[in-house]
Structure formats: C-alpha cells, structure tokens
Design a protein around this ligand. Structure first.
Ligand code: FMN
Length: 391
C-alpha cells in the first residue's frame, strides 16, 4: 500500500483489522446485528476456525512470477474468485450502502449479489449499471410474489438468481435480543442516544435513517413505511417450501439459478437433477441453525455429490486470501463474503468495499506466489497438507 494511502486504509491492513475499525465506527446494536450469529454462535465460530484446521503445502520451486486470479462463472470472467454476497439492510451501514457496494464490486471486476432485504429496490440497484449483478430471493407464502420478484429481476437485467433456502424461519439471534435491536430498526429517543456515541455514523446517516426501508417490498403508491413492510415480510416466508418451488422457479427464471444454504450432499444431488445451475454451500454465516457444520467442512461432500456437473460456491468465515485458496482446493469455484462488505461500508462506504476486495486480491496473489501457483485452475487438493503424505 502506498505511503499516501488514507489513514483508515493503512489501519485496515486485513479483514480483521477492518472489522475492528467497523466496531469503532458503528453503534453497538448495528455492529452486533452484522457480527452476531444464532444462539451460542458455535457455527459462527466454526466457520472461521475450520479454515485453521487446513494447511497449505507449497511447492515454491515451480516458479510463479505473475499470478492470474481470474475465474469464469456462468460465462462471465471475474477478476478474482471472491463475490460480494447478499446482506440485508446494507444501507444501515452507510447511506445507499447497496449501491456503493455494487459499484465497488463492479470496479473490482466481480459479482455483487443483492439481498431481498436491501434498502434500495432492485431496480434502483440496476440503475447503477453495476455488473455482473445477482439477485437473491426467498420462497414466499404468496408464490405470486416470488414470481413477481423473479420477473422484476429479469426485467432489470440481473445475471443470476439466488434462492436462499435456509431462512424460511428466522434464526434466534441473541445479541439482537440483548441489544434491543429489531427489524425494522427503531429510531426512538433511546435508540438515538445509543447511537450518539458514534457521532460520525449518526451524522453520516442523518438524512438516510428515516428512509431505511425494504425497497423491494414497497408497492407502487404505498408509503415505504418499514414497520408495515417488515410485519408483512415476516409472515411472507413459507416454511413449507419444497423442491416443487425450486422447479417452479426453474421454469420462470431462464438465466443461471443458484441455491444458497445447501449443506447436505443429498440436497446437492437433487438440485442437479432439478436443473439448478450452481450451489452455494452456506449456513447463512452462522445466523440461522446453530449447530450446523462449518461451510468449509460441509463443502467436500457437496462437491463430491455434484461430481463437477455444476459449480459449487461457498461462504462463511472467509477472512483471508488463504481461506479462499483452501476453499478452492476443496473444490469451490469461488467464495462469497458477507460481513466483510458491511465492515468495509461502515468504515468508508464504496472505498471501504473496494479496499476490502483489494485485501483479498492481494492476499490470494501472495498465497499463490508462495505456493508456486500461477493461476486459479492450478489450485487443487494437492495443495492441502495431509499427514500421511509426509510419512
Ligand atoms: C447482516 C447480514 C444480513 C444478511 N442478509 C442476508 C440476506 O438477506 N439473504 C441471504 O441469503 N443471506 C444473508 N446473509 C448471509 C450472507 O449472505 C452470507 O451467507 C454470510 O454472511 C456469509 O458469512 P460471512 O459473513 O462469514 O462471510 C446476511 C448476513 C449478514 C451478516
């Protein structure tokens, strides 16, 4: 990094350092909303520590002067195998957070995936022209609404549709209970007082807070009252979702269709049979079922079940370039990152997300160089250390 980089960039020298800065920038309830997981946060922690259990076995004498980090996914070339994953309410971390993150992802040459629960609407996001862009949806009790969102995403030129399957009931996030954080966020006197300890954030958000809403759910002509919408949203999700719904979506959506939240190899197999184009091995960042396996631990069996027929992506706990390389060595085509984009937003908006992606790019590049690998396709299982190989 150049000596003329802004102070925040020099201090945000890693994803963990960026998290530290975000913690200092955000009111506690907002930081915890992003940082926390379900119940005892066992899955949340395992997501990260599972990477520590894998080691890389370098062969530096292969000579890797320059490294090409690009990958091709669904016919699009990405400049690095890191995708900005869907996170609801990004606009609570920085004004117009979703569009800032999308612009940063496009400039970095990678995908931005919009959450169903974005503050801006999918049409407003598309108006930035940022691409490739993916849209994340749920299955709703009103299947007509699922169809409507899907058709809107198609009309707005989204490149892929991501159906998240692990959120039909909301996880039990105890930090939010402790902090009195609610969706929709309340902005009464008590909340403003708790926010006042973070004057930078409060000042920045002063014009945006009363416009926080779920943009995709605002009906034309309806006031964008987040309270009314959030009430409607909670009752919208349907735990009776099944493969029939995946089939329906497959019929409506002509482009690449991905399932997010797959952990079981049996589900992965069925998904391939039903014409799904890609899987995202994910436990929702440990925010839903506490006790689910770490994504990295679930990944190999899913990759095996899919047998190379469709790309398998993963997210959860990816905090280092080395983590990305380990996931790819276990068969992932790319990784998504959730919280790191929110930390980037909290620290410096669009520039923060750009910096976050640059940290991954730098780290992946260094890891490949140290391992003697010149391109992403050169990453395979042989890169992982196994005890017996040493004996
Ligand atoms: C604040 C927050 C909001 C999220 N909202 C969504 C969402 O709307 N839809 C979705 O599919 N996943 C959502 N996720 C899950 C992420 O897409 C992703 O699976 C998870 O954050 C990955 O783990 P990581 O944060 O360790 O990178 C959210 C995650 C966070 C932290």
């Amino acid at each position: 990094m150049s000596g003329t980089a802004p102070a925040w960039q020099r201090r945000a020298y890693s994803i963990d350092a960026l998290r530290g800065l975000a913690r200092g920038a955000l009111p506690r309830p907002v930081f915890d909303f992003a940082d926390g997981g379900a119940e005892d946060e066992v899955t949340l922690r395992r997501n990260e520590t599972a990477f520590d259990d894998r080691q890389l076995l370098p062969q530096p004498l292969r000579g890797a002067v320059t490294r090409d980090l690009s990958v091709t996914l669904f016919g699009k070339r990405l400049s690095l195998p890191v995708i900005v994953g869907p996170t609801g309410l990004a606009g609570l971390f920085w004004p117009d957070g979703e569009r800032c993150a999308a612009r940063a992802a496009a400039a970095a040459g990678t995908v931005f995936c919009l959450s169903h629960g974005s503050v801006c609407s999918l049409e407003q996001l598309a108006a930035t022209g940022a691409a490739p862009r993916w849209m994340q949806v749920f299955v709703y009790r009103d299947r007509g609404f699922t169809r409507e969102l899907t058709e809107r995403a198609a009309a707005a030129g989204f490149d892929a549709l991501v159906l998240t399957t692990d959120n039909q009931l909301l996880g039990n996030r105890e930090r939010d209970i402790r902090n009195g954080f609610a969706i929709p966020p309340r902005f009464g006197l008590a909340e403003y007082l708790s926010m006042a300890v973070r004057p930078g954030w409060l000042w920045r958000m002063r014009g945006a807070l009363n416009r926080i809403t779920f943009g995709n759910y605002v009906r034309p002509g309806e006031a964008d009252d987040i309270r009314a919408i959030a009430g409607r949203m909670a009752s919208l999700l349907d735990p009776s979702m099944s493969w029939k719904d995946v089939e329906e979506l497959r019929k409506i959506w002509k482009g690449p269709l991905l399932l997010k939240g797959v952990l079981h190899p049996a589900e992965a197999k069925i998904a391939v049979e039903r014409g799904v184009d890609g899987l995202i091995v994910s436990n929702h960042g440990g925010r839903q079922l506490d006790g689910a396996p770490a994504s990295l631990e679930a990944l190999p069996a899913v990759v095996h079940a899919v047998a190379g027929k469709i790309p398998v992506l993963m997210d959860g706990g990816v905090r280092r370039g080395a983590d990305v390389v380990k996931a790819l060595a276990l068969g992932a085509a790319a990784c998504l990152v959730g919280r790191p984009q929110l930390w980037g937003l909290a620290v410096a908006g669009e520039a923060g997300v750009a910096h976050m992606l640059e940290i991954y790019r730098r780290e992946i590049d260094r890891v490949l160089g140290l391992c003697g690998i010149t391109r992403i396709a050169g990453i395979d299982r042989n890169l992982l250390f196994t005890q017996h190989r040493q004996e």
